[in-house]
Design a protein around this ligand. Structure first.
Ligand SMILES: [Zn+2]
Length: 334
C-alpha cells in the first residue's frame, strides 16, 4: 500500500528561500505566557493580535512577528499582542523533512473548541492552546498568519460570517478572499467563540501567504500584517510603512467554499499538477481519482482551493471547491 512517505518522495520539494528567525529571544513573554508579547497603549481601543506559527513550519508568520517585535511596534490605542503559537514544532523543523513539523501530536488549528480545550485529552498542541486561550479570549481583532503547501497566490480565509467578509474587504488584500466555515475535523483559531458569532463585535482573519518557504510568501505576510495593524488603527501607518509591498492592491474576488474533497484511500491523485485557484469551467469535469472513483466538479466555474497531496491520508481534505460570489461586501470602520 502507498504511504505518505511514498507520496511525499514523489513530490518535488520547494527550495527554502527565507531565513528561519531565531525566536528564542522572544521566549519570555510580557505577561507570563512564553512567546506572547502584549503591549498596552493606555488608551481605550480594541485588543488586536497577530498570531504566527499556528502551524509549526509556516515560517512567514514567524518572520513577521519577529520583525514587528524587533521594530518595537507599539499600539497607539487599545492593546497589541504579537505571539508565536506552536513553538515546539517550529524548534524541531528539519530541512530534510520540511512537511513534518506542521504539528507534533495534532493539528493546533483544529483544537479551538471549549469542549476540547476543557477535556482531559492531552497533546503538545492542546497544552499550548490552553496556555494561549486566556489571551485569545480577550482579543477583539485577530490575524492568524499561515502559509501553504504549494506555491499559489495568497488567499484570505474570512470564515462564514458576513462580518469576516467585510473585514477582508476593509483590509483590501489579498486579491482572493475565501468564505468558508472551516473543517469538519475540528475548530480553527479563526473560528473560536466570538470570532464566528455574528452577534459578537469580535472579528478574525486567516491569511494563507503563499508557499511556506518562498520569499514571496514572506513579503505577503509582512505586507498583510502591516495593513492589518494600520487598518485597525492599532499602530500609526508610518510605523509599518516599511513593511508594505510596492503594489497597490487591485479589486478583490470573493469565493465561497461549496464542499471539501476528502480522501477515502491512499490511492488519491489529481489529474493535473494543480497548485490552487485554478477555475474548472464545466460541472462534471474529473479533477482527481480516489482509487477507482472519479472526483468531479459539482458546478460550473469551480475554483480549486489549496489542492495538495503533501498531507495525504484517509479522511484528510485534499482540496476544497468554491464558487465565485458576485456581491462585494461593505467595508468596516475602525
Ligand atoms: Zn497553516
Amino acid at each position: 500500500m502507498k504511504t505518505l512517505e511514498h507520496v511525499r518522495a514523489a513530490l518535488k520539494p520547494y527550495p527554502i528561500e527565507v531565513e528561519f528567525p531565531d525566536i528564542r529571544r522572544w521566549e519570555a513573554g510580557t505577561h507570563g505566557v512564553d512567546y506572547v508579547h502584549t503591549f498596552d497603549s493606555g488608551v481605550a481601543g480594541p485588543h488586536v493580535m497577530i498570531m504566527a506559527l499556528t502551524h509549526g513550519n509556516e515560517v512567514s508568520g514567524a518572520i513577521t512577528v519577529d520583525a514587528f517585535l524587533k521594530r518595537q511596534l507599539r499600539p497607539i490605542r487599545g492593546r497589541l499582542t504579537l505571539a508565536f503559537g506552536n513553538v515546539e514544532a517550529y524548534h524541531r523543523f528539519d530541512r530534510r523533512d520540511i512537511d513534518a513539523t506542521r504539528y507534533l501530536d495534532e493539528d493546533m488549528n483544529r483544537v479551538w473548541l471549549p469542549e476540547k480545550l476543557d477535556s482531559d485529552q492531552d497533546s503538545i498542541e492542546l497544552r499550548r492552546a490552553r496556555q494561549l486561550r486566556p489571551v485569545v479570549e480577550t482579543v477583539d481583532l485577530l490575524l492568524d498568519i499561515h502559509s501553504m503547501h504549494e506555491e499559489a497566490p495568497p488567499v484570505m480565509m474570512c470564515g462564514a460570517q458576513h462580518k469576516g467578509r467585510a473585514f477582508a474587504a476593509t483590509l483590501g488584500v489579498p486579491q482572493t478572499v475565501v468564505v468558508d466555515a472551516g473543517h469538519a475535523n475540528g475548530r480553527r483559531l479563526r473560528d473560536f467563540q466570538g470570532f464566528d458569532d455574528p452577534a459578537s463585535h469580535k472579528n478574525a482573519l486567516l491569511i494563507e501567504t503563499g508557499q511556506h518557504f518562498s520569499r514571496r510568501s514572506q513579503d505577503v505576510a509582512l505586507d498583510t500584517a502591516a495593513r492589518f495593524l494600520s487598518t485597525t488603527g492599532a499602530v500609526r501607518h508610518e510605523d509599518v510603512v516599511e513593511f508594505l509591498g510596492p503594489e497597490n492592491p487591485g479589486p478583490q474576488r470573493f469565493l465561497e467554499v461549496t464542499c471539501p474533497v476528502v480522501a477515502r484511500s491512499m490511492d488519491f491523485s489529481f489529474v493535473e499538477d494543480f497548485r490552487g485557484l485554478e477555475v474548472i469551467e464545466k460541472a462534471g469535469t474529473v479533477i482527481a481519482w480516489d482509487g477507482e472513483t472519479a472526483i468531479v466538479t459539482p458546478h460550473d466555474h469551480c475554483v480549486l482551493v489549496q489542492p495538495s497531496l503533501r498531507h495525504l491520508g484517509v479522511g484528510v481534505t485534499m482540496v476544497r471547491l468554491a464558487r465565485i460570489l458576485d456581491e462585494q461586501p461593505t467595508r468596516l470602520r475602525f
